[in-house]
Design a protein around this ligand. Structure first.
Ligand SMILES: Cc1cc2nc3c(=O)[nH]c(=O)nc-3n(C[C@H](O)[C@H](O)[C@H](O)COP(=O)(O)O)c2cc1C
Length: 355
């Protein structure tokens, strides 16, 4: 799989998630089997580039390439400038956010709202491509299926973006109006794939190896992108990679391995955010790791009372050590069990290997 001239390791991508897919989390997902990770969005508003939040988002120290930076905004010239600024700071791919309900900028909603204003969406794509092309940096774009159920314009826009020089399109199978409600649909993604020659990435509700296989088959997409299902479960990428390659399930990780992964993740997290913010912003990650584990809810509640790194690390370490005394591996993920049950006898070999 290629993005312009850049070859990727595989076709399993981590979705950009503001407040989640920071450098430590992206690196963890990459180490656990994701072939590609896009950074959290960076605003096109110049006055915010020097804020702590934006400079943390622009921190790619030690990250394996390609470095892909997502930009969001509503003004073509500002977006071109943002592309240039990030390329100067090491971005090897620029991704335009037309996929999530980003903030209001200059009285206009950025992100997926741009899909409602096709001329502006196209003007932005052209301006960003023009800014990136002289550096040999490919531009990609992430969008939804459309604005609303009656305004599903992803196919038209995909053709326009391709003509404008965009080199990969990611489509989240929901409309902007849906937010995160309902289920993702994949017919529109399949139609986008059929309409363009550039690689297309399918996104939305991929939560298990079976679902990844199903979505790849249903859409013909070149890759799948996984967001929420990777929260607290970054090893989902190696599970999917193994399943796609062999048709069998990898055993869930050892409790001892998850303990080590989470402790390392926390150290990296504190390194990026410092103690005060680090301890607080780490709570959501910890909560995701333990949410399906015995006593996880109670442990998550306890985390809120802890305000320093050393104590947080110790509590996490103790929790997983206790867990390891009672179980060797973490339980098979709930949805994976349900889906394996649904597949039933048809795929007995794969389902049994999961346990
Ligand atoms: C907390 C959170 C933050 C997100 N931030 C972004 C973002 O910065 N840029 C973007 O294009 N999409 C963003 N998204 C959307 C995801 O990239 C993805 O399209 C969506 O979650 C659907 O995929 P999933 O079902 O695998 O989670 C965000 C989603 C979540 C849950």
């Amino acid at each position: 799989m290629q993005i312009g001239p850049i070859a990727l390791e595989n076709r399993l991508f981590v979705a950009p998630m503001a407040g989640v897919t920071d450098r430590p989390f992206r690196m963890l997902c990459r180490a656990l089997g994701a072939g590609y990770a896009v950074s959290e969005m960076v605003t096109s508003r110049k006055e915010l580039w020097n804020t702590l939040k934006t400079s943390r988002r622009a921190d790619h120290a030690g990250e394996p390439g390609p470095i892909a930076v997502q930009i969001a905004g509503t003004d073509a010239a500002m977006m071109a400038e943002a592309a240039q600024y990030n390329i100067d700071r090491g971005a090897q791919i620029i991704d335009i956010n037309m996929g999530c309900p980003a903030k209001k900028v200059c009285n206009k909603w950025a992100g997926s709202a741009l899909m409602r204003d096709e001329p502006l969406a196209l003007e932005i794509a052209r301006a960003v491509v023009d800014a990136a092309a002289p550096h040999g940096v490919p531009v990609t774009l992430k969008m939804r299926t459309g604005w609303s159920a009656d305004h599903r314009n992803a196919v038209k826009l995909a053709r326009d973006f391709e003509s404008a020089g965009v080199q990969m399109l990611t489509v989240h199978g929901r409309t902007r109006e849906q937010g995160y409600k309902g289920s993702a649909e994949y017919d529109t993604i399949a139609a986008v794939k059929a309409a363009v020659r550039v690689p297309v990435v399918a996104n939305g509700d991929v939560t298990s190896p079976e679902k990844a296989r199903e979505v790849l088959a249903a859409t013909g997409a070149d890759a799948v992108m996984i967001g929420r299902a990777a929260q607290g479960r970054p090893w989902i990428f190696r599970e999917i990679a193994h399943f796609l390659a062999t048709g069998t399930h990898l055993a869930p990780p050892l409790v001892a391995e998850v303990r080590r992964l989470l402790l390392d993740h926390l150290q990296e997290h504190y390194g990026l955010y410092g103690e005060y913010s680090g301890v607080r912003t780490a709570r959501k990650h910890i909560g995701w790791y333990v949410r399906e584990l015995p006593g996880g809810e109670e442990f998550r509640g306890r985390m809120n009372g802890i305000e320093d790194c050393a104590q947080q690390l110790r509590a996490v370490s103790d929790y997983f050590e206790q867990l390891a005394a009672g179980m060797e591996r973490i339980p098979v993920h709930r949805e994976a069990v349900e889906e394996a049950d649904e597949e039933g006898a048809e795929d007995e070999g794969a389902a049994s290997a999961a346990h």
